[in-house]
Design a protein around this ligand. Sequence first.
Ligand code: CU
Length: 382
Amino acid sequence: MDLNDSGRSRITRRDFLKAGLLGGGATAVAATLGQGEAHAAHDHRLPPGAQPTPTPEGYTDHDTGGAHGGMGTVGRVDHTRNGFDPQTLLQDWDFGEVSTLPNGQTLRQYSIVAVDKEVEVAPGVFFPGWVYNGRVPGPTLRCVEGDRIRIDFFNGGSHPHTIHFHGIHAASMDGVPGVGPGAIEPGGRTVYEFDAFPFGCHLYHCHATPLKRHIHKGLYGGFIIDPDPARHPGDDQALARSRNHLYDENKVVNEMVMVMNAFDTNFDGDNEIYAVNSVAFAYMNDPIRIRRDQRQRLYLINITEFDPINSLHLHANFFDYYDHGTTLRPTHHTVDTIMQCQAQRGILEFDFKGFEPGLYMFHAHQSEFVELGWMGFFEVTA
Ligand SMILES: [Cu+2]
């Protein structure tokens, strides 16, 4: 227990889990999340010839009794009821409705609706979210550098909301209260319009106040601007083509988007559930299948509220990293962990060429986040 500003004692999330561990006052969260020490990494430290890497089932609580080393959840989230599946979220880019303006510029029109929606973030744990287009994260908007972007935003929720884009645009298009259309009241509508710059891995989120509540409730999503090869001559052109969804060079790369997020399920200003793409342990229970010879490109975005940083660590391998995705050449070479503050993002590139097929873990390297849901596997196949 500790004291908050008003001097009243409050139960921290640590107390919360401890209560569950001791069997007193067990709650939905404590009951569904693994308790005790995390032994997530030990399998990768086994010497050659020792036990093979266990299936993800080996990490679930029912297998270990939960007293020591239990990890993961009992049961599964109903993705159908949520209306979105974390596997699908990895790659369901929203390219908008595409047309050409009289000046030859590509116009992409998007439609975004904010609504109140309950989301199951761990088995049996329902979070009363505010969401864009019925999902958390919202649609991954994707376009090309220099495209005209037009977003028709309707607020179907119960509170005032906005969409604030990270990118270059006019003040009136910034989606903040008191500027331009400002906060959009329930039932209200506005259009945000700007040219897509700079290329990179960006995001959008609600900027209504209190900001931490509006973001944390689930109003955010990825915003990816592919580089236009015509603007990047010379040696850079091939790199730009690889990053641009309109080119064949891009189609040979396996691209994914992961939004690191968390949920304060008891509204104490601390998170109880951590994840990428919202569902605790989603990619542990259902690993992401990738081919070892294929280049992997991971668009990683951190929108976690209440905690100053989040991170991604890839097991048994290293990656190149492009901070904010705004360069065609890596800003970090050969790293296996990357840290992001809120709204920071970047692109990871790696492959598993020559690796033994199997389960390769990835997770936040804040161990507490791992135990509370932020852990997954790549299932690497030959
Ligand atoms: Cu909002």
